[in-house]
Ligand binder design. Structure first.
Ligand code: URP
Ligand code: ZN
Ligand code: ZN
Length: 469
């Protein structure tokens, strides 16, 4: 099977140029100026006036994630289908070790949930919730399976929290294995004190979620994680960053040539804590929390992204319904009278590429090439998937998104596809419309319809970080 895409402008992190693209058996086999070749193919797609971007690489999603008494609302089928609609053709989700359980069992369980159900290609990270001699010994087998990143939590004491010694041991082992550690960097012990004190004072509204997780709890934990990484020689990736003081810790480490990488998410770039103060504040409860725009966090994130201090925009997609979920029952409303019971998470896997494309082309927040770098190329490099994923080049998987760059659109739950009853970006106007999405050369979204099938997506064994200094 071959496909020829003609007349479009290919945009990668390295630049843009008018090129026809030839795809055979799912792989890009040729790029040439229109008219400068004599290629023929089984099927031709006319992309005149359109941009061709690499498929999005979202390295932080949580499909069907158990959280307290509930589970995130998208399963691998619905969540990856929504990803496809939004121009994302690769996700990296998480396998989790149960407390007292084994890493290998956690990975096997997660693969059972994902295999045969995904609309796009997928990899997995391994969350380590119980650091002990046994779990450390298992890390080698996990890496052998193509899962080369281990996530630890400095937050959520009593649930998935690890102390500094445990985190350090995971880092030492990961360093030996050529793997990387990802960290949820918030000082969970301090946050727990602040939350308890707030609840004792009768402060239970969603806005208190952010007031009890002040920026310095993120910055302090980020600093500590960076120092532990530096001491152990392990590359570190800090997830879902929202506080400018924390970003400064990553930037300072990078200036010292330490292998530290930082990620932020659309919710921190486009929303702020006023959303938590609204009557529907539960929609926006996530950790790290939305911050006070007037303190400068949002501008600092945009500057860090455009300038290179942050490398990735992923979603931390973790949807919970405001009303009752059809099969799972109450979700966000579990915390109607107490913000500490609101399941943490914001949906976004469908909106990320559209929001960032628009921010680049219409708002001038960064170049379109940089948008491709932070949404496709650098996530693929940092998570060992490049150049198979994250670019359009000879030899790459033909994961290609065809955009009409001039179309105007409005984000609304009415036309979204995630299995959740709201979007955090309701009514937001965006420039650019996704017309066609190819996964390894096969259309999965075309002519306004999803034309793929569950199981189109394949598991991606990953290599090591390709951006180490
Ligand atoms: O609030 C969040 N971020 N929910 C998902 C789980 C996590 O901590 O990443
Ligand atoms: Zn987290
Ligand atoms: Zn997360």
């Amino acid at each position: 099977m071959s496909v020829l895409i003609t007349g479009g402008t290919v945009v990668t992190h390295a630049g843009r140029w008018r090129a026809d693209v030839l795809v055979r058996e799912g792989t890009v086999v040729g790029l040439a100026a229109p008219g400068a070749h004599e290629w023929a193919a089984d099927r031709t797609i006319d992309a005149t006036g359109r941009y061709l971007l690499p498929g999005g690489v979202d390295v932080h999603t949580h499909m069907e994630l158990p959280m307290g008494p509930t589970v995130s609302a998208d399963d691998f089928e619905t969540g990856t289908r929504a990803a496809a609609w939004g121009g994302t053709t690769t996700i990296v989700d998480f396998a989790a070790q149960a407390r007292g359980g084994s890493l290998v069992e956690g990975l096997e369980r997660r693969l059972e949930q994902a295999v045969g159900r995904c609309a796009v290609d997928y990899g997995l990270h391994m969350s380590v919730a119980d650091v002990n001699d046994g779990s450390l010994d298992e890390m080698a087998a996990i890496v052998e399976s193509g899962v080369t990143t281990f996530k630890v939590f400095m937050a959520y004491p009593g649930v998935v929290f690890s102390d500094d010694g445990q985190i350090f041991r995971v880092m030492q082992t990961a360093a030996e294995l050529g793997a990387m550690v990802m960290v949820h960097a918030e000082n969970g012990l301090v946050i727990d004190v602040l939350r308890r004190q707030a609840v004792e004072r009768g402060e239970t509204d969603p806005i208190v979620h952010t007031l009890t997780r002040p920026p310095l709890t993120e910055a302090e934990a980020t600093h500590r994680a960076v120092v532990l990484a530096e001491l152990s020689g392990c590359p570190l990736y800090v997830v879902h960053m929202s506080a400018m003081q924390a970003v400064e810790e990553v930037a300072a480490a990078r200036r010292r040539a330490v292998d530290v990488f930082g990620e932020t998410c659309p919710q921190y770039l486009f929303l702020d804590w006023t959303h938590l103060a609204s009557s529907e504040g539960a929609k926006y409860v996530a950790s790290t929390p939305l911050r006070n725009r007037e303190e400068g966090h949002q501008e600092a994130l945009w500057t860090a992204l455009a300038g290179g201090d942050l490398q990735v925009v992923s979603t931390d997609h973790c949807p919970f319904c405001m009303g009752d979920h059809p099969t799972l029952g109450p979700q966000k409303s579990l915390g109607s009278h107490d913000f500490t019971a609101i399941p943490n998470g914001v949906p976004g896997v469908e909106e990320r590429m559209r929001l960032l494309f628009s921010a680049a082309v219409a708002e001038g927040r960064m170049s379109l090439e940089r948008m491709v770098e932070v949404c496709c190329a650098d996530p693929a490099k940092i998570f060992g998937l490049y150049p198979r994923k994250g670019t359009i080049a000879v030899g790459s998987d033909a994961d290609i998104v065809i955009w009409d760059p001039d179309a105007e659109d409005v984000i609304t739950v009415d036309t979204n596809h995630m299995n959740v009853d709201y979007t955090a970006y309701e009514g937001r106007e965006v420039t650019g419309r996704i017309e066609t999405v190819l996964l390894r050369g096969e259309p999965i979204v075309a002519d306004g319809a999803y034309v793929g099938r569950p199981g189109d997506g394949r598991f991606l064994p990953r290599g090591r970080n390709q951006l180490l200094r």
